[in-house]
Every structure is written in C-alpha cells, then in structure tokens.
Design a protein around this ligand. Sequence first.
Ligand code: BG6
Length: 267
Amino acid sequence: MLEFIEIKNNKAHAKIALNGAHVFHYQRVGQKPLLYLSEISDLEEGKSIRGGIPICWPWFGKPEGKTLQHGFARTSKWTHTSTNKIDANTTEVVLKLKHSKESLKLFPYKFELALHVEVGENLKLELKTTNLDAKAFEITQALHTYFAVSHIGDVEISGLENKPYLDALTFKDEVQNGVITFNSEVDRVYQNVTNAVILKDKNRSLHVESFGSSSCVVWNPWIEKCSRMSAMKADAYKEFVCIESANAFEDKRIILANKSHTLKLVL
Ligand code: BG6
C-alpha cells in the first residue's frame, strides 16, 4: 500500500499519495466522491494511480524521443513538506519534488516542483514549477483529473463551444460545435480555454476552473481502448471523464532560469 496523507475537516475528506503527489480521493461531506478511482488501480510506489489527479510533468503525452508517457512526476516519490490547518473547514498540504540523478537523465535540468493542495468546500491544486538551472527549459503538463460520473452517456461538457482543438485520434485541427457529449472515444486538446469548463451529469454540475493554462484536454477511452488499458476494468469508461487543466500543444511554456510558472485548478 502507498504512503498517503489523509485530510478530514468539516467540509471534506481527501487522500494524497506521496507517490506522484497524487490526490486520489476527494469527497465533500454528505456527497459522493468527486474523483473517479479505478477499483483495480495499482497502489504501488513507482506506478501511476488510475484515477484521481495524476500530475503529467515535464511533458504531456509522449513527445518524440520520449518513452515515458506523461513524464515522471506522477511516478516519483515526493516529499511532504507541510500540512496546515487554515481553519476548521480548510486544510492545506504542500508536497515537493526536486531534480535527482534519475530525473536529470530524463529531463536534463535542475528544477523544483511544489504542489499546494487546499482541501475544503472546494478542492484547489497549485502546481508551481521553478527553474533552478542556468538555462531556460520548456515544459508541457497537465493536472489530469478523472471525474466520477453517473454514466458517461449522461455527461455534457460546456464552456468549450467554438474552441479550436487538436483531435489526438486523427491528428486533425477541428473547432468544437456545441456542447460535448459521448458516444465514442474522445481524446482532444482544446486551445484558447481561459474560461471555466462545466461538467454536468445526472447527479451534479461542476465548474472546473484553471489558471496559468489556456489548454484543456478532454478524454474518455470508450469501449475498445478501455478494454486494452492497464489498471482499469473493461467497462470502467462508463464511470469517468477526464477534463485536464493543461499547458499542452500550442500552450507549452518556456521557463527561464530562476523563474517559475504556476498551473492552478479549482473545483
Ligand atoms: C490522456 C491522453 O491525457 O491520458 C490519452 O490524452 C491517454 O491519449 C490518457 O490515453 C491516459 O494515459 P495513461 O498514460 O495514464 O494511460
């Protein structure tokens, strides 16, 4: 079993693994869990948890020349630096990851990553990348949130109407026509997204707000891909949708020496 930090306050309950600084449970008092977690997920050091909020860093997807999908932050062991009880309703947890011998082989720069998680009525994540190197580096990244849904067929995502996107299934540039509903595999990187994205299903309506980001990934593997995926039951695609606060595709970021960039998500 993984080492994790458990937070319970008057408003919510959350669990954050040191492996990947991975928030894998968040539930408001009296409500169902907001995040999906695969019942057969690996919960082992060095493996990514299937569900919750994986951190894709320092690259999103699998750029040319990389063998590791979504970077190494999600499978690295982070350091828990503090837990702060702000008041009876709100708790803040901070975790950090610094460059190491192993990371320098994959990403040849010195860096510090800090994840601030605020657990309360809302869930807030702030991922700050600081360049500790003498030269600039480029990153793509995502807070790859798996939202639990009543049924994928009931899901409607709004806020992305008329946005341009890269369809990762066809590699074509498209423009979103109307709200998003699901009846087949969807894997898209939306651009120019600076507004909230709204997820509706039978049970609830949720605002996903991102800052320091103008790209948003929407993903559901649907039947065929889901049956081939690791750590997920064949019909798990019905139970979640990913809406990912990202710096991806045209929204990649260059971080100069001694400068930082913060990607923030508020649910
Ligand atoms: C999404 C990608 O962000 O992550 C998909 O757009 C990918 O293409 C999915 O399949 C899951 O990736 P992984 O590495 O966690 O299986």
